[in-house]
Design a protein around this ligand. Structure first.
Ligand SMILES: Nc1nc2c(ncn2[C@@H]2O[C@H](COP(=O)(O)OP(=O)(O)O)[C@@H](O)[C@H]2O)c(=O)[nH]1
Ligand SMILES: Nc1ncnc2c1ncn2[C@@H]1O[C@H](COP(=O)(O)OP(=O)(O)O)[C@@H](O)[C@H]1O
Length: 211
């Protein structure tokens, strides 16, 4: 039987990709398979898609509310993406990491850069690439949630999002979803074992070396 776990600081796992490459699918799988990580639910001014739930996928707010929250300092980071505002609520994230719980973020490169400024030691960043340009377009269409104009706009912006891949710690090619999903889990497992994150190690080691 496993002993009581060694105290550790939680990590912040950021997953970014061009829209349609599969970060939502990969994130949902990780959350379903690993009860020890939970999603940071962002606020956004984007209209809700029919399959989305307020408070679970996003907090859907109007622009006035978003701006008020941002001015109050409620967000750890915020950005304008595809003409809509997005922001990461501050309080839950800070509390979770300090309590040793891991947090998953589905945010863009602007958010990753801002979080790197405020909590650099806690970040693990992963960029998801599609297997080809055509498959990215096919996936955006297959999701069947956005108008043709929105799909074309996202394809236009894919190049600029992809150009940030080199700012990330890890890059996963999302061709086969099962393999990509295992790769994401492997990253999380290895990062949890980093010595610096295991804040209870020295105490534990003292207990076994008998000094
Ligand atoms: N900086 C930042 N980006 C976010 C946040 N929430 C979502 N995003 C990014 O906004 C972009 C659009 O997300 P979304 O509207 O869900 O569309 P999708 O990526 O096509 O499913 C994606 O690149 C997300 O990663 C946030 O809180 N902060
Ligand atoms: N490896 C994959 N192979 C085929 N289709 C995929 C794969 N990963 C995701 N998809 C599909 O592509 C579409 C876009 O994926 P999604 O996770 O919503 O992307 P993102 O969150 O990056 O915008 C969805 O319909 C999803 O089911």
């Amino acid at each position: 039987m496993r002993m009581a776990p060694i105290d550790r600081r939680g990590l912040m796992l950021i997953v970014s990709s061009p829209s349609g490459a599969g970060k939502t699918t990969l994130s949902r799988r990780l959350l379903a398979d690993d009860p020890a990580i939970h999603l940071s639910v962002s606020a956004t001014t984007r209209p809700k898609r029919s399959n989305e739930i307020h408070g679970k996928d996003y907090f859907f707010v109007d622009e006035a509310t978003f701006v008020e929250q941002r001015e109050r300092g409620d967000f750890l980071e915020s950005a304008l993406v595809f003409g809509n505002y997005y922001g990461t609520p501050r309080t839950e994230v800070v509390k979770a990491v300090e309590a040793g719980r891991d947090v998953l973020f589905d945010i863009d490169w602007q958010g990753a850069q801002q979080l790197a400024e405020v909590m650099p030691q806690d970040l693990v960043t992963v960029f998801i690439l599609p297997p080809s340009r055509q498959s990215l377009e096919d996936r955006l269409r297959s999701r069947n949630q956005d108008s043709e104009a929105v799909v074309m706009d996202r394809m236009k912006k894919a190049d600029s999002e992809i150009s940030h891949y080199a700012e990330y710690d890890y890059v996963i090619l999302n061709d086969d979803i099962n393999r990509a999903s295992s790769e994401l889990k492997a990253i999380l497992m290895a990062e949890r074992l980093k010595r610096q994150r295991q804040t209870g190690l020295s105490q534990f080691v003292r207990s076994i070396i008998g000094t």
